[in-house]
Design a binder for this molecule. Structure first.
Ligand code: NAP
Length: 243
């Protein structure tokens, strides 16, 4: 099988690390991004310099028409999509539930969860035996993120439920669906919440006493997509340093 993967939000952070590692493992990679073309193209350049195959594609994955165009572009450029990483995600300024308005709540759910639903739908239409999906959730799905972002945590809890349900629907077709739940990982996302130094602040509370790297998450994603994980579906790997 020619392995062709879409990584949503592949331009930065965990997504970028995952694109690079997948390319090293023989996948042809579509680096999806929403607005940061420069970063996405840097990921593509790095992959090509190492002899890999990749291209970048702009699509807001919460928009169904964009996702249709994304999958068509990948089919034309690289061939049928065999693997998918639903990684794109956002969080907003740290706030308590009373400070979160309905517009923000809906926006976070649409961007983080509806996007996953839309991309899974597009993917499983053409996937068959040996294909796999990994959904990038969060440890927040279990903690609930009180006083920070209950909206974000809710979106990840829903993503976990989608992962379990879909894994059972498509198991007989030989398609696997799993999730990863990172904890505190050094990426740009914490600045979006208003606290760029959040990982360092929380490090003393993490059993392993440090934040994680995007590469550490990428290794788990790549393993879950691989044939080495052929008997794993509807499962989650927590990457939260012991939390
Ligand atoms: P990040 O560095 O902020 O990168 C976010 C990525 O998502 C960027 O590539 C961005 O594209 C893309 N994106 C955002 N909205 C999008 C949309 N509507 N359509 C397409 N792409 C979109 O984030 P990260 O920390 O690597 O997070 C990646 C995933 O891991 C997220 O799902 C996040 O919830 C999860 N996670 C992260 C942590 C952590 O501590 N970092 C912990 C748990 C879970 P542009 O570059 O174009 O903006």
């Amino acid at each position: 099988m020619n392995k062709v993967v879409i990584v949503t939000g592949g331009s930065r952070g965990i997504g970028a690390a995952t694109c690079k590692l997948l390319a090293k493992n023989g996948y042809a990679v579509c680096v999806n991004y929403k607005s940061n073309k420069v970063q996405a193209d840097l990921v593509v350049q790095e992959i090509r310099e190492l002899g890999g195959q990749a291209f970048s594609y702009q699509a807001d994955v919460s928009n169904e028409a964009d996702v249709t165009a994304l999958f068509e572009a990948v089919q034309t450029t690289l061939g049928p999509v065999t693997h998918l990483v639903n990684n794109a995600g956002i969080l907003r300024q740290q706030a308590s539930l009373l400070e979160i308005d309905t517009e923000r709540f809906n926006d976070v759910l649409i961007t983080n969860t509806t996007s996953c639903f839309i991309c899974c739908k597009a993917a499983i239409r053409s996937m068959g035996k040996g294909c796999a999906i990994v959904n990038v959730s969060s440890a927040a799905s279990k903690t609930g993120s009180p006083f920070e972002y209950i909206d974000y945590a809710t979106s990840k809890g829903a993503m976990d439920t989608l992962t379990i349900g879909l894994s059972k629907e498509v198991a007989a077709q030989g398609i696997r669906v799993n999730g990863v739940r990172p904890g505190c990982i050094y990426t740009d996302i914490h600045a979006d919440g208003g606290e760029p130094g959040r990982v360092d602040r929380l490090s003393p509370n993490i059993p392993l006493q440090r934040g994680g790297t995007p590469e550490e998450v990428a290794h788990a994603i790549v393993w879950l997509l691989s044939d080495e994980a052929s008997y794993v579906t509807g499962s989650f790997i927590d990457l939260a340093g012991g939390n």
